[in-house]
Ligand binder design. Structure first.
Ligand code: ATP
Ligand code: MG
Length: 300
């Protein structure tokens, strides 16, 4: 259990604040044509080791929002999504999305094509990830024989998500929904991995969240944010070398700095890391932009 010191969400006219995560603020729209819909606002906050940093990364919210929207488009032929509009208040324009309010499945639908992170820890302890037995001899960053569905349950704020077995998902959502979620997760991951690979980027793993429209026909809809560096591990394919931690397109620059003597931060202190030097902020911002531009082929 660690601290997630999230600043209070800004008040937005015509919207009621519902929830804030480490990075995003969620509102219900209370006025105008989208009344009753959700407004998902991505901030420039960044979290490492479950601490929300005091220093923000300029444009991060917009970069990640654009990346997520780009991916929703790429995947639209495989799965419907919750996006309704990006025409929002000026105060949050570019980093907010109006979405359909869904009944969410309480499952973090993770797909892994490569072994690292919590998957690697589980594998080292048991030879399995989420009850799926894997061949011996895999290392940090190894490509798996085939992508696997490794669901997790959503933790309370400040806790880590917990990897669970497929049977646990069946127990939670029923056999039919569990099968559909697994199938969709693997199909969408497979397509996204292919698209990223064409741009020289490995999509090592990612987390999706799905829901269904209340009162609808039960069609499963892709929700939340998708395939951003906050929900996924992206590695430059050229630098991939199993057997060590892979360089990645995310907050690695910040993590490395925080753990270096330069930051003066003691991870075991329970205190949040100190403010980031401007140079670390700039390099992190550039890294997110590089990921966006490389993936989408568009200029930020
Ligand atoms: P963390 O910072 O660890 O991600 P969190 O998941 O509580 O914490 P957010 O990701 O910002 O914080 O919260 C977004 C919330 O909105 C999640 O609970 C997600 O399941 C939910 N959500 C996403 N899309 C929809 C949707 N279309 N309808 C209803 N809820 C949604
Ligand atoms: Mg979340």
């Amino acid at each position: 259990m660690t601290l997630a010191n999230i600043p209070p969400a800004p008040e937005l006219p015509g919207a009621r604040h519902l929830h804030s995560g480490k990075v995003r603020d969620l509102y219900e729209i209370t006025e105008g044509p989208h009344t009753g819909k959700l407004l998902m606002v991505a901030s420039d906050r960044l979290s490492i080791f479950d601490f929300v940093l005091e220093t923000t990364i300029p444009d991060k919210g917009e970069i990640l929002t654009r990346m997520s929207l780009w991916w929703f488009d790429q995947l639209a032929s495989l799965v419907p999504n919750h996006v309704i509009s990006t025409d929002v208040l000026d105060a949050v324009r570019g980093r907010a999305v109006v979405c359909e309010r869904l009944d969410m499945f309480p499952v973090e639908c993770v797909a892994r094509g490569y072994l690292t992170g919590s998957g690697l820890l589980d594998y080292r302890a048991t030879g399995e990830v989420c009850g799926i037995a894997l061949p011996a001899g895999l290392e940090d960053g190894s490509r798996l024989p085939e992508p696997i569905f490794t669901p997790a349950t959503k933790a309370e704020l400040g806790d880590h998500d917990e990897n669970v077995s497929y049977d646990a998902v069946v127990a939670t959502v029923g056999a039919d929904s569990a099968a559909a979620l697994r199938d969709l997760t693997l199909r969408v991951y497979g397509r996204a991995e292919e698209i990223a690979r064409e741009q020289g980027i490995i999509l090592a793993d990612t987390k999706f969240e799905f829901g269904v429209a209340p009162g609808g026909d039960g069609t499963i809809v892709l929700a939340d944010e998708v395939l951003t560096p906050d929900s996924s591990r992206y590695w430059p394919a050229d630098d991939w070398q199993p057997g060590r931690a892979q360089p990645s397109y995310d907050k690695q620059i910040v993590r490395n700095w925080a753990l270096s003597p330069e930051s003066g931060w003691d991870r075991s202190s329970g205190e949040a890391p100190p403010p980031l030097p401007p140079e670390v902020v700039e390099r992190t911002r550039s890294r997110y932009i590089e990921a966006y531009e490389r993936l989408t082929g568009e200029r930020f």
